[in-house]
Design a binder for this molecule. Structure first.
Ligand code: NAD
Length: 360
């Protein structure tokens, strides 16, 4: 039975990197006879310009039907003056994630040995790094009610948010993390602030309760301040980390930088049935948009995650991993990962190099 893939290029470099990711996906579709049907739609600023809405009804209908979604990036200065709820990010991307209940955000931070010199940390600290951060994406303080800015009796303004997690929300993200740990090195570190915040005391209790279902996984707990420190001190101690929305937002960006370039980082956001949206961790990079300078590898590696996690197609996913490694071995680099002695290519040149490596 054919599987439907919805392709949402978005804005800025989104269209350029998605052209390369689609090139790779179409090549694999033919080579492995995957029977994937690709359909493209508008999201974000491009959709605002075309139909006046960051998440058009047609895009939303296709997204609900799709087996998986591939996204470039949305946003840009052109739409920054719109009210926040109408902008490409909130009105398009965040709405789509929340409507589709994509609660599990997977952000791998893998350092290819060929790029060890591009990290801001010493090569021996990061070389061989392979961490997976699992972040809860649809709950916690980013969505908790009540929230707002109110005026107190003394006339002073006060901002407030609510940090809330129910047991079922904790259980479903923890289950996803335990399952992923089972497929890796079987070590899971749950990150919280259980010494101060009641909501994360419950988080720790629920995660600990679930450990008996996964006797092969070595579970540990760490306070978020220590986890931030350990990530830059000795990041290789981690295999899978699981945490809430806000802590995950911050820790995954720190982990991202361990690998040198944001242009190398894929991500996945999954629902309870492993349907998901796959996208690079970076944004629409207006500063380099339209210049054929963007690194498409994060998006190409997001295709590999999609094949692996939502479609169960390990062989073509592994072929992408090998092709990316081979291209890096050949010294082919976009500007963000370039170093002396390497061959500088543009966005399209990098996509072509990956397809050529897949064809070998
Ligand atoms: P950004 O990630 O777009 O860019 C940050 C820096 O990294 C820039 O210097 C950019 O040139 C560089 N960069 C990013 N991706 C690259 C790539 N593939 N290859 C080479 N260099 C790359 O972040 P920003 O500048 O803070 O945001 C720009 C716009 O993107 C904003 O409108 C923001 O809201 C939006 N944004 C969207 C998403 C998303 O769609 N998921 C995520 C983050 C930011």
């Amino acid at each position: 039975m054919s599987k439907k893939i919805l392709v949402l290029p978005g804005d800025g470099i989104g269209t350029e990197i998605m052209a390369e990711a689609s090139k790779v996906l179409r090549f694999l579709n033919n080579k492995f006879s995957l029977g994937l049907e690709l359909e493209e739609a508008l999201l974000g600023g491009a959709a605002i310009d075309a139909v006046g809405n960051a998440l058009p009804d047609n895009t939303f209908a296709l997204a609900k039907e799709a087996d998986a979604i591939l996204l470039g990036a949305v946003g840009g200065p052109k739409w920054d003056k719109l009210p926040p709820a109408d902008r490409p990010e909130k009105g398009g991307l965040l709405r789509l994630r929340s409507e589709l209940q994509l609660f599990g955000n997977l952000r791998p931070a893998i350092l290819y040995p060929q790029l060890a010199g591009a990290s801001s940390l010493k090569p021996e600290v990061v070389s061989g790094l392979d961490i997976l951060i699992v972040r809860e994406l649809t709950g916690g303080i980013y969505f908790g009610e009540p929230r707002g800015i109110r005026e107190l009796d003394n006339g002073e303004r006060q901002g407030f948010n609510t940090y809330v997690y129910s047991e079922s929300e904790i259980r479903r993200i923890a289950r996803l993390a335990f399952e992923l740990a089972m497929k890796r090195d079987r070590r899971l570190c749950s990150v919280d602030k259980a010494n101060v915040l009641e909501v994360t005391m419950l988080w720790r209790e629920v995660v600990q309760d679930m450990a008996s279902d996964y006797p092969d996984v070595e579970l540990s707990h760490m306070y978020v301040d220590n986890a931030a420190m350990q990530l830059v001190r000795a990041p290789k101690q981690f295999d899978v980390m699981v945490t809430g929305n806000m802590f995950g937002d911050i820790l995954s960006d720190a982990a991202a930088m361990l690998t040198g370039s944001i242009g190398m980082l894929p991500s996945a956001s999954l629902d309870a049935n492993n349907r998901g949206m796959y996208e690079p961790c970076h944004g629409s990079a207006p500063d380099i948009a339209g210049q054929n300078k963007a690194n498409p590898l994060a998006t190409i590696m997001s295709v590999a995650m999609m094949l692996r996690y939502s479609l169960g197609l390990e062989e073509p996913a592994a072929a992408i991993d090998r092709a990316v490694s081979s291209v890096l071995d050949q010294g082919i680099r976009t500007g963000d990962i370039f170093s002396d002695g390497c061959t500088l290519v543009g966005t399209d040149g990098m996509g072509d190099a990956v397809v050529a490596a897949l064809a070998e």
